[in-house]
Design a protein around this ligand. Structure first.
Ligand SMILES: [Zn+2]
Length: 138
């Protein structure tokens, strides 16, 4: 097992006297932070989908997408890499729009008159207690 410890520690974690063999500096840390934030959105989405047993894209997914891509954009501008600057220059648009739609949908929920639970906008009956919801007339 000594060889395994050596492999994990000397070849992976502390490679060539550096953490993960990476030349760490401020901007390298910014780039890896962007990686961590942007990648974590998939774990969050997967977790919520497994928990609810249906495909769900939670609001946190769009926040992680927005913050992660803006962090990547800062890094790519610093690196002066036109490919990555273009890749992250406009992604904030759909992320921001999805967050706006999430908020509009949440605000359109109606409170059940019987139990007070917040119900989706198009519901006729409360999913919690079954009470008829007040019809919203246009
Ligand atoms: Zn109810």
């Amino acid at each position: 097992m000594d060889w395994l410890t050596h492999l994990i520690w000397n070849d992976l974690i502390w490679h060539n006297g550096k953490l993960f063999g990476i030349d760490w500096g401020f901007w390298k840390a910014v780039g890896w932070l962007g990686n961590a934030i942007f990648s974590s959105r998939f774990l969050v989405q997967w977790y919520v989908t497994e928990k609810k047993k249906r495909v769900v894209v939670p609001q946190a997914f769009w926040w992680l997408s927005l913050v992660g891509s803006l962090t990547f954009l800062c890094y790519s501008i610093h690196q002066q890499d036109s490919v990555f600057i273009f890749a992250y220059a406009f992604t904030w648009l759909p992320y921001t729009r999805n967050l706006m739609i999430h908020r509009q949908h949440k605000n359109a929920h109606v409170a059940c008159p019987a139990c007070g639970k917040s119900c989706p906008p198009q519901s006729n009956f409360c999913p919690n207690c079954g009470a008829r919801l007040v019809a919203v007339t246009a």
